[in-house]
Design a protein around this ligand. Structure first.
Ligand code: NAP
Length: 343
């Protein structure tokens, strides 16, 4: 028997909603003919979610494990009740529904899901390890992909954990690839983090020698790394939750011209206005951050009279997985850094 392409047949409450918006979904490993069952190995928890969980558990690893298990037990999926966000996972294909037999996939294939854990039916039997500095959690358990669920086969030339880390944020550099063109001035907020580094690289590549990439970053250590890797033309060490400070400094380094494109990759709330104020009239802000408030961005932009385009951070863009993984193949410096941080 086939279920809904988008997985609505697994929604327990509220009936009629789709799995992402649902409060609770059925995480049973008994799959329909148009579902795929995955033997899960590692979860990559979304940074905004993991940061919130770490804070709530005061970095106590056992408490973090308990909290993750309890979210999944009550919701049937790893959707942080505070941030609403999820993450993604890697594992091996353990069952393929009959009607998906024509997929280029076989039992035992190692895959990464490219749809959010906030909608993926997940059953955790055991939490084996929490990697507090990598936002990753090894588990024993299973997950289900719906017919519409996208995934990537894990490449053989990159370590699994590295691919997992990069695929989690693949949508960000893919959007930079679309939005940035030669000669543009681009600011990346939260530039020293995982998606920030990939976005800086892609922005430098697309804006070219006549363009400029401004990295806005909180920590001195991350800033030093960006400079060493040549990923930014200007560095602003500052707090993106302080809009006027960031605005003044962006204004100063752009001779009042501000930015054509601003990419927001910060993992804490309250950074909408520093992105909006740093964008020139007619420019674009891409809010990749899951800590973004639609209300704050929309009303805030109106409140300061900014006629700009604001894009919600859709994590999916066609070809995003290959584009992001290729950055690791093109840049040995980024690969080296990410291997140190995430493998
Ligand atoms: P990350 O590696 O943790 O990077 C976040 C960066 O923001 C870090 O460099 C951090 O610096 C910096 N930061 C924190 N507070 C700041 C502040 N007040 N001012 C300036 N910079 C600050 O996170 P990530 O994995 O790249 O993810 C970034 C965002 O994308 C998160 O919100 C995540 O939830 C979201 N995300 C979205 C999607 C999607 O589909 N749209 C998918 C995955 C992730 P420190 O290291 O010094 O704290």
């Amino acid at each position: 028997m086939k279920g809904c392409v988008f997985g609505s047949h697994r929604v327990i409450e509220p009936v009629g909603s789709l799995p992402q918006a649902a409060m609770r979904i059925d995480n049973s490993p008994d799959i329909m003919d148009n579902e795929i069952l995955i033997d899960v190995r590692t979860l990559n928890v979304d940074s905004a979610s993991f940061t919130q969980i770490r804070e709530a558990c005061r970095d106590d690893v056992d408490e973090i494990a308990k909290m993750i298990k309890s979210i999944v037990e009550s919701r049937g999926k790893l959707q942080n009740p505070v941030t609403g966000s999820g993450g993604m996972l890697i594992g091996t294909v353990s069952q393929i529904g009959e009607s998906l037999a024509d997929r280029n996939l076989k039992l035992g294939d190692r895959i990464a899901t490219l749809v959010s854990l906030s909608l993926t039916p997940l059953l955790i039997e055991k939490i084996e390890n929490v990697y507090i500095d990598r936002d990753q959690v090894d588990i024993k358990g299973s997950a289900v992909l719906f017919e519409s669920g996208i995934y990537a086969k894990l490449p053989d030339d990159l370590p699994e954990r590295l691919s997992l880390a990069v695929l989690d944020v693949a949508g960000a550099p893919a959007q930079v690839d679309r939005l940035v063109s030669e000669g543009m001035t681009v600011a990346v907020m939260g530039a020293g983090g995982k998606s920030g580094v990939l976005c800086c690289y892609e922005a430098k590549k697309k804006a070219g020698p006549s363009g400029r990439v401004i990295a806005v970053e909180y920590s001195r250590e991350n800033t030093r790394r960006l400079l060493e890797m040549g990923l930014a033309d200007e560095i602003i060490i500052g707090d993106a939750t302080k809009p006027l400070e960031i605005y003044d400094r962006v204004k100063s380094v752009t001779d009042d011209g501000l930015c054509d494109v601003v990419i927001n990759n910060v993992n804490v709330p309250g950074t909408e206005m520093s992105s909006i104020l740093s964008t020139r009239t007619g420019g674009t802000v891409y809010f990749f951050s899951m800590a973004t408030s639609f209300t704050k961005a929309a009303l805030g932009a109106e409140g300061v009279g900014k006629d700009i385009d604001m894009i919600i951070g859709n994590g999916y863009a066609e070809g995003h997985a290959d584009l992001a993984l290729n950055i690791l193949r093109e840049s040995s410096k980024i690969r080296e850094l990410f291997e140190k941080l995430y493998v």
